[in-house]
Design a protein around this ligand. Structure first.
Ligand code: 5RP
Length: 256
């Protein structure tokens, strides 16, 4: 698949996501980060002239995409109390059969999770390359956002959980040092063996608690989130039925 083919696949997934899950009558819409989301915003812009919709971005890049399209961004914390987003669109780095996702390839995972959890429906827009039976099949690491002061402690804890070589992500120019997130935190990229789904553990394919070296997605996500110094882990799991349905529907049909 050429680059052009991949871009066409992203656009196709984005258009379908917007056609099926966006309404010009919405009040609040979450906009994730990455390159696929640019096509989502384009598709929204083409379908809506409603100036009253407010868009909640998931970071600096996402906010730029929203404003450059002439849409109105609002900060996550300005959402009125008790208000949910009508929908949140976002990309993913990898998605498994149970619709768990790896996110954070663009280092925006904390705000992405905040926004996803505040949405009535989370629509993950992912092209065919990201569709894998299990997480960490192709995407190599789990992104984790970490307080800079605790970096060595967190690296040590991740090694104890079985990550062979967790490392701090550097900026585009390695000599510029660690990449900083929108929260001024660092990202650790932690490799682990391929993650089991809940179905795998039910079938006895592994304990799922890391004792045999194999982790089930949700258990590992909880363990990593419990490490002091971790702000958020780039494993999105436990989506409810409607959200999961939407994600499978949007993300993973072969888009080319
Ligand atoms: C950023 C993300 C992105 O949504 C993810 O990396 C997908 O990006 P792209 O659409 O460019 O493939 O999680 O933190």
């Amino acid at each position: 698949m050429t680059d052009t083919g991949i871009e066409a696949a992203k656009r196709k997934a984005a258009i379908r996501a917007v056609e099926e899950h966006f309404s010009p009558d919405f009040s609040y819409v979450g906009i994730g980060s990455g390159t696929t989301i640019i096509y989502v915003v384009e598709a929204i812009k083409e379908r809506s002239t409603n100036p009253n919709i407010l868009f909640v971005p998931t970071g600096y890049q996402s906010r730029q995409v929203v404003t450059q399209a002439g849409l109105t961004p609002i900060a996550f914390d300005s959402l009125p109390e008790g208000k949910m987003l009508d929908v949140a669109f976002d990309g993913a780095d990898e998605v498994d059969e149970d619709l768990n996702c790896i996110k954070g390839g663009g280092a925006c995972l904390f705000q992405e999770k905040l926004v996803a959890e505040r949405a009535k429906k989370f629509v993950c827009v992912a092209d065919y390359r990201k569709d894998q039976p299990r997480l960490l099949s192709k995407w190599p690491t789990i992104p984790i956002e970490v307080a800079p002061i605790s970096i060595n402690t967190v690296l040590r804890s991740l090694r104890l959980l079985g990550s062979p070589n967790p490392h701090v992500r550097t900026g585009l120019l390695a000599k510029a040092g660690p990449l900083k997130t929108d929260q001024d935190f660092f990202i650790i990229d932690a490799p682990f063996p391929v993650l089991l789904t809940a179905k795998d553990t039910a079938l006895g394919l592994g304990a799922g608690d890391g004792t045999d070296g194999k982790w089930e997605v949700e258990r590992l996500s909880k363990e990593i989130n419990q490490i002091t110094g971790v702000l958020e882990v780039g494993l999105f799991c436990g989506l409810d039925g409607v959200q999961a349905e939407a994600l499978r529907d949007q993300g993973l049909g072969k888009a080319s």
